[in-house]
Design a protein around this ligand. Structure first.
Ligand code: 3H9
Length: 647
């Protein structure tokens, strides 16, 4: 029978190899096999230690998320971790890739943990709407202290091996061959008295102020898991080990079947499915050795920064020396921001900047495999850019527009080489935002489309195919969302209540606050453009505000008033006066949850239309667009999931 676990003695040390592709997740079969391995090794008196090492790309990535919908089968993971810890011989976890969730809990059942320098350690359960369920909240504070445990568990973020070593989560970083290094470590460890198992170690008790401060940091509206994790950690410092374990398990099992966990699991799998659309399964993307960007504004510089950070040499084109100098400066500022956040060293920044060639002559693009246009959102300006590109780029270079609203068919109309045209819609700031809408034109070649998806992967972005319509997927839903928010205001719901309701739902900002930040004039100009083109676009409340000079924070007021240097929105008497004729009097009030439900339903209704028209391939793609491009709370799963329209 095939077993995922094999044992090979090396003298008195057993090498236990786990092989459960793709990521060595702990399925029921793995739990059974590891349980048996502990028994077999304990029964062999010639063995004095065991090293747990994994095949493939990673150590154990965690419990098998696909089994979360089913009744858990014994042996349960917490029992397995205890079993490892109680074994006659000490176990050593030898970690490469990632030891995450249940994977790190297994490692904590081992007496020692060693890892290669590239390895990562983490307890990402809260990102799946659950808490660690196999002693993560109980053993981690005993291993590395309460502060480290709180950060690891409530953030869900993985930690690099060197930091994990400093924090006491692992015992050694192994340069060179992991198995050989782990054997050497085991021999040295056996020559000394063994440390106490983690469950027997003491844990510090923290005061109320500590927990209150951490609660404030962890709290997110509507997101239960981080606070439940914090509560479990607190219990771990106040209750005996066994009682804390029982409480952790109870909380884990309750959360596992929560709506939040179902939503986050759906997002987890949707994100992994997005880069590989079925239609492109057998299509090989083209190689990209050098990429051009036309336009050095915020968007163009952001795209250039993203490309450089992914290792691609970039040629940045601007129309004159002055604009080019400004573009290069914007790019440098982008990297400076990353340095400030501790994400980049100055040395790395210099190397990134060296890979950028600035030019005002399109001839500099002659060797580029892909050129992305990110200039002013006006058809004639964009068409001029592409005429220049056709004249100067290689015949096989892919030409992409970053337009957010203009029909790409109009941008490329009549230009030669239709198979190489595509829309690549980045979101600002492009070096940070994860979403990339990929918009094929009717004649785009499959390998050009596949190159768009491959580029997204290289840039660490989430790609979603979007068909051609006004606003593609994201901005089309945004328009509907904003229109519905205005409908509520017309029915007498206070502007501030709409925003508060959406914050309460989990958005960082409500629809009106967000418009004030971004500026009301962009959407206004679009509506004006449509009206000028003869379309019947009814007057919006936003039009009335822009007509009165209220374009948002940049003009000192939009939907709200702002005082100089303060971004806090203040309800505005002037807005009340301007909008009064359009607002129903004596309408019945609405609860915040009703407001949120109505706005989410409007987004989902637009999403359904988008699916019916073939603008998106699947409901989960629409959810990814909203989560990664528009701040939809991840733990709600996106508007389609939240409305039960997820297929
Ligand atoms: C947990 O452990 C709870 C415990 O505390 C308590 C239990 C009692 N299960 O990401 P990739 C699949 S909760 C099942 O593209 P990479 C994934 O769907 C768990 N499947 O690879 C994909 O499948 P496919 C806590 C999983 O190299 C394939 O593996 N752990 C799991 O870019 C490759 O995935 C986590 O949250 C899983 N746990 O990155 C870790 N993980 O090819 C989640 C992955 O069919 N995983 N798959 O589409 C990761 O973060 C990344 O997969 C990892 C590798 C960094 C490990």
């Amino acid at each position: 029978m095939n077993t995922p676990v094999s044992i090979h003695p090396q003298g008195d040390i057993a090498i236990v190899t786990l092989d459960n592709p793709p990521v060595n997740a702990i399925s029921a079969a793995v739990r059974k096999a590891l349980w048996q391995a502990v028994e077999d090794i304990d029964a062999d008196p010639t063995l004095r230690a065991a090293i747990l090492i994994c095949q493939g790309r990673t150590f154990i990535a965690g419990a098998d998320v696909r089994e979360f919908g089913q009744t858990p089968e014994p042996p349960h993971l917490p029992d397995l971790v205890d079993h490892l810890e109680a074994a006659r011989v000490p176990w050593i976890a030898a970690i490469h890739g990632s030891a995450l969730g249940g994977g790190f809990e297994i490692a904590m059942g081992c007496r020692f943990r060693v890892a290669v320098p590239q390895a990562k350690i983490g307890l990402p359960e809260v990102t799946l709407g659950i808490i660690p369920g196999a002693s993560g909240t109980v053993r981690t504070p005993r291993l590395a202290g309460v502060e480290v445990a709180v950060d690891l568990v409530t953030s869900g973020k993985p930690m690099a091996a060197s930091k994990a070593r400093e924090a006491g989560l692992i015992d050694a970083v192994i340069e060179g061959d992991l198995e050989a290094g782990a054997i050497a470590f085991a021999k040295a460890a056996l020559a000394k008295p063994l440390p106490a198992p983690i469950s027997a170690r003491p844990v510090a008790k923290m005061d109320d102020a500590f927990w209150e401060a951490k609660r404030k940091l962890a709290a997110k509206p509507g997101h239960r898991a981080p606070l439940e994790a914090l509560a479990a950690l607190r219990r771990a410092t106040e209750l005996p080990f066994d009682a804390a374990m029982a409480a952790e398990r109870e909380s884990f099992l309750a959360l596992r079947t929560s709506d939040e966990a179902a939503a986050l699991r759906a997002v987890f799998f949707a994100e992994r499915a997005a880069p590989r659309p079925d239609a492109l399964r057998d299509v090989t993307p083209r190689k990209l050795a050098q990429v051009g960007v036309v336009g050095g504004g915020t968007m163009g510089a952001g795209i250039a920064a993203a490309l450089r950070s992914a290792g691609l040499p970039v040629v940045l084109i601007e129309r004159d020396d002055h604009a080019l100098a400004r573009g290069i400066d914007t790019l440098a500022k982008t990297f400076a921001g990353a340095i400030k956040r501790g994400k980049l060293t100055e040395q790395a920044r210099d190397a990134l900047m060296e890979g950028v060639t600035g030019a005002t002559d399109y001839a500099a693009l002659s060797e580029c495999d892909l050129v992305i246009e990110a200039v002013f959102e006006e058809l004639s300006v964009k068409r001029q850019v592409f005429e220049n590109l056709i004249a100067h780029c290689r015949r096989d270079a892919i030409l992409a527009t970053n337009t957010s609203y203009i029909d790409p068919r109009e941008i490329f109309a009549g230009l030669p080489g239709a198979e190489r045209f595509i829309g690549l819609h980045f979101f600002s700031p492009a070096q940070i935002m994860k979403l990339l809408e990929i918009v094929p034109l009717p004649d785009t070649a499959p390998d050009v489309l596949a190159t768009g998806f491959a580029l997204a992967k290289q840039l660490n972005k989430i790609p979603v195919r979007a068909g051609i319509c006004e606003g593609f997927i994201g901005n089309r839903i945004l328009k509907r969302y904003r229109a519905e928010a205005e409908t509520l205001v017309r029915r007498g719901v206070p502007i501030a209540q709409v925003d508060a309701a959406m914050r309460g739902y989990g958005f960082r900002m409500g629809p009106f606050e967000a418009q004030d930040l971004g500026g009301l004039d962009i959407a206004y100009l679009q509506r004006e453009g449509a009206r000028a083109a003869g379309q019947d676009v009814p007057e919006t409340l936003g039009d009335i505000l822009v007509g009165a000079g209220r374009k948002g924070q940049k003009t000192g007021g939009g939907w709200y008033d702002y005082t100089e240097g303060d971004r806090t929105p203040q309800p505005s008497a002037r807005v009340a006066e301007l909008l009064a004729p359009h607002i129903a009097k004596d309408a019945p009030g609405l609860e915040d949850v009703q407001i949120a439900a109505q706005l989410i339903a409007a987004m989902a209704a637009e999403g359904e239309a988008i699916l019916t028209e073939g603008i998106a391939d699947k409901a989960s793609d629409i959810d990814l667009v909203e989560i990664h491009g528009y701040g939809f709370p991840r733990w709600k799963g996106g508007p389609m999931f939240a409305s039960g329209k997820h297929r």
